[in-house]
Every structure is written in structure tokens, then in C-alpha cells.
Design a protein around this ligand. Structure first.
Ligand SMILES: [Zn+2]
Ligand SMILES: [Zn+2]
Length: 164
């Protein structure tokens, strides 16, 4: 009998937003106003946003493009932001929320829904352990598709095309 691996390391161990300071401080990175604004932008934007979009939206708040680029690179390195794939191949990021969660990404409008992934792949991981002898402790999962609104939009434009 194989011992059941009861712990699965969460994919995301990012702390809640109000803990941003302590994450940065433990890494010796000052939590500046600009860095906080970049973090808040990704927490609230509600989609997988490109670096250019973040830079454009944060410019009025006085955050330079160079700062946005550098901050996103730091946050991605620290696991505070997750890079997700979109159809166009652009680098898009979403805020990594605490706990075992995965993003469901709309390929058209880049809306992101985070869903709880507890025990999601435990069957598969158990099977892989039996087959390969690996001791598996985690996984990375992103799910893609079209959101309900984009599906609706597509079917509407198909109909209007037929009626023309
Ligand atoms: Zn969509
Ligand atoms: Zn999972």
C-alpha cells in the first residue's frame, strides 16, 4: 500500500493585499506607494491585464511606465502575480490570491475567475504516484475558454451576419 499524501502544497501562497508590505519587507524590497498602486491595480482590474495596460491605467496616478514594468517583474518573481496565456501571446498577469486556487481565463475578453482547487487533481496525482513512484506535492493549472458574455456576443454576431 502506498501512503496517502495528505498535503498538497497550494499553487499560490501569496498573502492577502494588506500583507503586501510584509512580503516585500521580508525580501528587503521597500513597499513604495507606486508598488502598492500596481498591486491594487491587479487586485481590482478583474481581468488578465498586460503590462502596457497597467502602465497606461497607472500613468494618471503618477506611476511611470518603467516603474510598472519593473514592479510587475518583481511581483511575478515573488509569486504575487501569475502570468497567464492568452490567444494573442501577450504576457498577461493576474493577482495570485491566497490558498489553493486556479484561474479560469476568457480568451476573448481576458476576464478571470479564480476558483478553489482543493482536491481537484488528487485522483490524477495519486494515479501518477502509483505509476511513476514520484512523490507529488503540487501542480500548476490554468483553465481557458470563452466566458458567457463572449459566447453570447459570438452567437449574436453570427445571427446578425445571417440576417444581412
Ligand atoms: Zn469573455
Ligand atoms: Zn489545483
Amino acid at each position: 500500500m502506498f501512503a496517502k499524501i495528505s498535503h498538497i502544497t497550494p499553487v499560490s501562497t501569496a498573502p492577502p493585499a494588506d500583507d503586501l508590505t510584509s512580503v516585500l519587507v521580508t525580501k528587503g524590497i521597500p513597499c513604495t506607494r507606486q508598488r502598492r498602486l500596481v498591486w491594487e491595480y491587479y487586485l481590482n482590474v478583474g481581468k488578465a491585464a498586460t503590462v502596457a495596460e497597467a502602465a497606461a491605467d497607472l500613468q494618471p496616478a503618477g506611476v511611470s511606465q518603467a516603474t510598472v514594468y519593473r514592479t510587475i517583474a518583481i511581483f511575478a518573481e515573488l509569486g504575487l502575480l501569475h502570468r497567464v496565456q492568452v490567444r494573442t501571446g501577450e504576457a498577461c498577469y493576474t493577482a495570485a490570491l491566497p490558498g489553493h486556487r486556479h484561474p479560469l481565463v476568457c480568451c476573448e475578453c481576458r476576464r478571470v475567475i479564480e476558483f478553489a482547487g482543493d482536491d481537484d487533481l488528487s485522483e490524477l496525482q495519486r494515479r501518477l504516484e502509483l505509476e511513476t513512484g514520484f512523490m507529488i506535492y503540487g501542480h500548476h493549472l490554468e483553465v481557458y475558454g470563452l466566458c458567457a458574455q463572449c459566447v453570447e456576443k459570438r452567437s449574436t454576431s453570427r445571427w446578425s451576419g445571417l440576417l444581412r
